[in-house]
Ligand binder design. Structure first.
Ligand SMILES: Nc1ncnc2c1ncn2[C@@H]1O[C@H](COP(=O)(O)OP(=O)(O)OP(=O)(O)O)[C@@H](O)[C@H]1O
Ligand SMILES: [Mg+2]
Length: 315
């Protein structure tokens, strides 16, 4: 960033200097014409008893002091201006990044909706057509065609099972069902167990003194944080185990969640890569007026700590 003053203020500074030089020159010419110094000296000597002859020197020192004072203030003002300009640029950059992220979040949301719509159209459409065809077959079956009717009924049963599984999968993507049926602690326990089974990475969950009055917003946030953290461990960490702690803060006013892995850890710039997971985590926590930190774990991996106030918004 370039912080040089704009040309108009440079021009103004040169004009001021020229005016000062002109005033000094005029003063010199007038003083020479009127012999001003001699007259002043004679005046001061006449009032020597009041020490008036010491005033010019003192006033000169005072003027120099004022010059120094002005120089220092100008310097400080320039520094403050520079800092403000750089803060403004940082704010503009953050706003730009925020806009980018919002756009990407909207795109991701749209992708997810498109995928759900495609599944609804393809899978549900096909399955319903298959069920209708088989039902039609049964409806128009000739008496005695027991084998055909049985085969159609089996196909209907199979398709209905398929639709049910599909529906459950879609619902789970929209909202973790275990949260409603089991509650936060059991839902996280189930999530850990199924993730451990899928990935073969040990996942230890330690709930301790979890507040009973956890709101739905906090429960969903904790669940989504753990989900994203576990996905990241699978994709980036190369860890052999993960530890998850859920409890309450020392003052009992917040829920505390800690997820720690023993993988390769994360460098600061990686947190600002094009991924949306960590950004989403931060946004979810910020929406509940909570705090989140990502730091190296004792086991060299990554430690994510989130504190969510129990009386935050929508809590
Ligand atoms: N547990 C982890 N261990 C090591 N590195 C990690 C871990 N979690 C995240 N990272 C690093 O932080 C980056 C950002 O993670 P983030 O979840 O935001 O994005 P992503 O996983 O790459 O993509 P997305 O989550 O959007 O599908 C990752 O690319 C990875 O380099
Ligand atoms: Mg991720």
């Amino acid at each position: 960033m370039k912080n040089s003053p704009p040309p108009s203020s440079l021009r103004q500074a040169w004009t001021d200097l020229a005016l000062i030089a002109l005033a000094a020159l005029l003063c010199f010419v007038m003083s020479s014409q009127l012999e001003l110094s001699e007259k002043l000296t004679a005046f001061f000597i006449r009032h020597e008893s009041w020490q008036l002859d010491e005033w010019p020197l003192s006033l000169l020192v005072f003027s120099l002091g004022l010059c120094w004072f002005a120089f220092r203030r100008a310097h400080e003002a320039h520094r403050a201006l520079t800092e403000r300009q750089s803060a403004d640029e940082q704010v503009a950059e953050l706003l730009r990044r925020n806009r980018d992220l919002s756009q990407r979040l909207i795109l991701v949301q749209e992708d997810e909706r498109r995928a759900l719509a495609r599944e609804l159209h393809d899978e549900f459409g096909q399955s319903c057509t298959a069920i209708r065809t088989d039902a039609n077959y049964i409806f128009h079956a000739r008496p005695g065609d027991d084998a055909g009717i049985l085969a159609s009924a089996r196909r209907i049963d199979h398709t209905a099972h398929h639709l049910h599984a599909l529906c459950r999968g879609m619902l789970a993507r929209l909202r973790p069902p275990a949260l409603d049926s089991l509650g936060l602690t059991a839902a996280l326990q189930e999530l850990c167990e199924s993730w451990e089974e899928q990935t073969g990475v040990a996942c230890h969950f330690f709930p301790q003194d979890v507040p009973l009055e956890v709101s739905d917003a906090i429960a969903v946030t904790c669940y989504r944080l753990v989900q994203e953290a576990l996905t990241n461990v699978t994709r980036h960490a190369g860890a052999s185990q993960v530890r998850i702690d859920l409890g309450r803060s020392a003052d009992a006013g917040s829920v505390k969640l800690r997820i720690e892995d023993d993988g390769c850890g994360m460098t600061a710039p990686q947190a600002f890569t094009s991924g949306l997971g960590i950004v989403g985590m931060r946004e979810r926590v910020a929406a509940l007026h909570g705090e989140i930190s990502l730091a190296p774990a004792t086991s060299h991996g990554l430690r994510i700590e989130a504190t969510l106030p129990l009386n935050g918004p929508a809590a």
